[in-house]
Design a protein around this ligand. Structure first.
Ligand SMILES: C[S@@+](CC[C@H](N)C(=O)[O-])C[C@H]1O[C@@H](n2cnc3c(N)ncnc32)[C@H](O)[C@@H]1O
Length: 238
């Protein structure tokens, strides 16, 4: 299977990142495949969509989203070219734009609102068109997946805990996230998650990815204290 990227446009989402490779191994060789089997899945910050497309092998439905509008055609192309049988075609749903945390450096498409935004359309000036699709229309999911979506500090990192999980993850549903080493914002994200855990809104496990999950080119660089983290969050609150 080949995944398209649009490198001429630049942007962080236009390549497959090592976090997505670790996610793929977690899914295909680890226990993650069991957790997504026959589930309705939402992917955040999908980029080119490797994690979402592979998850569709197991899941009941997968909606790939990204906060960068310019990525939607790439996600759509990869969705339609994921030639792994009729099952995949029916599982992968149309890609959508979902932005959390408001204005985000490195994302080209400007937004004028804070919080969560979901849209299928651009206006005439190629800005996000508010109100074309209400955030709540996206529904709720048994599983949310994400690879390497945290690299800004503060609200952009914590909004995933405070906005996205309560809004889109079903009660008892699970959020699976890969955090690569040395990412800005990962401490803010984990701190917000620990606070939510203390309030019994979620439970969380953070594990070091086994060495064989790590892409070869990174293995030599990882010293004892640094690694890719596999985060699992389960929604607990009512
Ligand atoms: C480093 S790339 C990872 C892409 C893909 N998950 C992978 O691992 O190959 C980060 C992705 O998150 C998206 N992203 C970053 N901040 C975001 C935000 N605030 N809201 C929605 N998407 C965001 C970017 O557009 C980009 O596609």
């Amino acid at each position: 299977m080949g995944l398209q990227g649009t490198f001429t446009s630049g942007g962080l989402g236009f390549e497959v990142w090592p976090g997505a490779q670790v996610f793929a191994t977690w899914l295909l060789e680890g226990e993650l495949g069991i957790h997504v089997r026959n589930k309705d899945v939402l992917e955040l910050g999908a980029g080119c969509g490797l994690a979402g497309v592979l998850t569709a092998i197991f899941a009941k439905s997968v909606v790939m989203t990204d906060g960068e509008v310019a990525l939607t055609p790439t996600l759509e192309q990869n969705r339609s070219e994921a030639k792994m049988g009729a099952h995949m075609a029916s599982v992968l749903q149309p890609a959508l734009v979902l932005r959390w945390g408001g204005e985000t450096p490195d994302l080209y498409t400007p937004v004028e609102a804070d919080g969560v935004l979901v849209t299928g359309d651009l206006d005439r000036d190629r800005k996000l068109h508010f109100g074309s699709r209400e955030a709540d229309e996206l529904g709720t999911y048994e599983v949310i997946i994400a690879a390497d979506i945290i690299y800004h500090t503060g609200h952009i990192a914590t909004a995933i805990v405070t906005d996205i999980i309560p809004r889109y993850l079903k009660l008892d549903g699970r959020f699976f996230l890969v955090i690569p080493p040395e990412r800005d914002g990962s401490d803010d994200f984990l701190q917000a998650a620990r606070e939510a855990e203390a309030q019994e809104r979620i439970s969380m496990t953070v594990e070091r990815a086994p060495r064989h999950y790590i892409p070869q080119q990174f293995r030599d660089k990882l010293d004892a204290g640094v690694g890719f983290r596999l985060v699992t969050i389960q929604r607990r609150d009512k």
